[in-house]
Design a protein around this ligand. Structure first.
Ligand code: CU
Length: 166
């Protein structure tokens, strides 16, 4: 079903975006990519998505870029001794027949130095470079955090509160 859809899109010549996706790794599907709507004057934004590897070998993301940001990194949010902080990862491994989930409070793409103001609904082009040298182009949409992300945030606030000395 998916293969058929792709073939039809290509035969219609539907733009560079789809072609770029197909020219990249056919084994990685990008599901629901979005960028969290930033507070005013934010210098870093987070992008989330699911990366589904339908192939039989691991797929490894080694670099991230976006034309509307100075640079981008792979980050993991970690909670250590009641402190929430972000660690940079140099690789994002998607095991065979598995899905890597990038979500608030966990793995994310850190978009650094926005070149323009972004608002909900704006498209954000992002390119993932895989270890095999192929590129995976996607377009994320800016939107406010989802309701189901609220639980994560509440936990983070709570842990921060606990870390205060009273
Ligand atoms: Cu980060």
């Amino acid at each position: 079903m998916i293969a058929m859809t792709k073939k039809i899109l290509v035969s219609l010549g539907l733009g560079l975006f789809m072609l770029n996706v197909l020219a990249g790794s056919n084994d990685v599907q990008v599901i629901d990519p979005w960028v969290q709507a930033p507070p005013p004057n934010a210098r870093v934004l987070a992008a989330y998505m699911q990366l589904k590897n339908t192939g039989a070998k691991p797929q490894i993301v080694t670099a991230v870029s976006s034309p509307v940001f100075d640079r981008a990194e792979i980050h993991q949010t970690v909670i250590q001794e009641d402190m929430t902080r972000m660690e940079r990862r140099h690789e994002l491994i998607i095991p065979p027949n598995a899905t890597a989930t990038l979500k608030p409070g966990g793995l994310h793409l850190m978009l650094i130095g926005p070149k323009k103001k972004l608002q909900p609904g704006d498209p954000v082009p992002i390119t993932l470079t895989l270890k095999d040298g192929s590129a995976l182009a996607l377009t994320a949409t800016v939107r406010a955090a989802r309701m189901d992300a609220g639980g994560d945030r509440k936990n983070m606030d709570h842990s921060r509160h606990d870390s205060h000395a009273h």
